[in-house]
Design a protein around this ligand. Structure first.
Ligand SMILES: C[S@@+](CC[C@H](N)C(=O)[O-])C[C@H]1O[C@@H](n2cnc3c(N)ncnc32)[C@H](O)[C@@H]1O
Length: 258
C-alpha cells in the first residue's frame, strides 16, 4: 500500500472569519482515510468540496489521493471569500492544488461539472438555528443550518445529484438532529444507496459521515416502500422504516466496493 499523507494542522492557514478544523472536519477526513483503498481504486477524475473553510479537508483529500499525480482534478467552493483565500494558503503550504471558487454551493459550475464529479465531500453548516442566521456573512455561515440544521443540506443534495457522475460518491457530515435517516430516504428517492462510513459522538454532538452512491435498485425500493405505506395506513412511520431497513437502505460495509 502506498504511504499517505493528510493535511497537517500546523500548515492549515486561518482567519477570524473562517471555520477552523474541528471534530466534524477530523471525522470527515478520518472517514476518507477509512475508505482510502476504495478511493484509490475509484480513480476519481474530478473531486469537489462544497464549503471548504480552512482547506483542511480538500488538502487532505488531494494528499491522500496523491495530488495531481493521481490524475485527479480538485475543485473547492465556499460562500465566504475569506475561506477561499485561507484554503489557497493551506493548499500552497501542502504543495497541492485545487481550483477555488467563491460561490453559493456550486452556483456557476453546474454547466461545466454536470455528471462529471466522481467524489464530492461536504461538511455543511448543520447546526439547528433560526432560519434568519442561514447564509449570514462571515463565520456564522459556517454552522448556521436553519430548522433542524437542514436548510443548506437540503439545497446541496439536488446539486450533488446533478453533478455526480454515474460512478460518483458523496461523503457528507450529518448530525443526529439533521435526521440522517430522512436524508438517506431523500437520496434513495433520487436513486442512491447509503452507508455510514464513520460515526462519532463528542460531548456536544453525534456525527455520522454518510457515503452515497448511485444504485438503481434504491429508487425502485423507495417507490415500493411508498406503495407499502399507501396500502398500510395503520402501520405508521416506524413500520415504514423497518420495511426500508429490510431492503438495502443501509448497505452492509463489506458487500460491495462502496
Ligand atoms: C462546517 S464548515 C466546514 C469547513 C471545512 N470544510 C471543514 O470541514 O473544516 C462549513 C463551510 O461551508 C461554508 N458554506 C456555508 N454555506 C455555504 C454555501 N451556501 N455555499 C458554499 N459554502 C457554504 C461555510 O462558509 C464554511 O466554510
Amino acid at each position: 500500500m502506498m504511504p499517505y499523507r493528510i493535511a497537517q494542522i500546523r500548515l492549515v492557514s486561518s482567519h477570524p472569519e473562517v471555520y477552523e478544523p474541528c471534530d466534524d472536519s477530523f471525522a470527515l477526513v478520518d472517514a476518507l482515510l477509512a475508505d482510502r483503498t476504495n478511493l484509490l481504486e475509484h480513480r476519481p477524475r474530478i473531486c469537489l468540496e462544497i464549503g471548504c473553510g480552512s482547506g483542511y479537508v480538500i488538502a487532505s483529500l488531494a494528499l491522500l489521493l496523491g495530488g495531481e499525480d493521481s490524475g485527479s482534478y480538485f475543485i473547492a467552493t465556499d460562500i465566504n471569500p475569506h475561506a477561499v483565500s485561507v484554503t489557497s494558503e493551506t493548499l500552497n503550504a501542502h504543495g497541492v492544488h485545487a481550483e477555488l471558487v467563491n460561490t453559493d454551493i456550486a452556483s456557476g459550475l453546474e454547466g461545466r461539472l454536470m455528471g462529471l464529479v466522481d467524489v464530492m465531500v461536504v461538511n455543511p453548516p448543520y447546526v439547528p438555528t433560526p432560519d434568519e442566521e442561514v447564509g449570514c456573512d462571515g463565520i456564522t455561515s459556517a454552522w448556521a443550518g436553519g430548522e433542524n440544521g437542514r436548510s443548506v443540506i437540503d439545497k446541496i443534495l439536488p446539486v450533488a445529484d446533478k453533478l455526480l457522475s454515474d460512478k460518483g460518491w458523496l461523503y457528507m457530515v450529518t448530525l443526529t438532529a439533521n435526521d440522517p435517516c430522512d436524508i438517506c430516504l431523500d437520496m434513495k428517492k433520487k436513486g442512491y444507496a447509503a452507508r455510514i462510513v464513520l460515526q462519532r459522538s463528542t460531548e456536544e454532538e453525534s456525527l455520522h459521515i454518510i457515503k452515497f452512491w448511485r444504485d438503481p435498485n434504491s429508487q425502485l425500493e423507495a417507490n415500493d416502500a411508498k406503495l407499502l405505506t399507501k396500502t398500510d395506513h395503520g402501520a405508521g412511520f416506524g413500520s415504514f422504516l423497518s420495511q426500508l431497513s429490510q431492503m438495502s437502505f443501509w448497505r452492509s460495509g463489506n458487500s460491495t466496493n462502496n
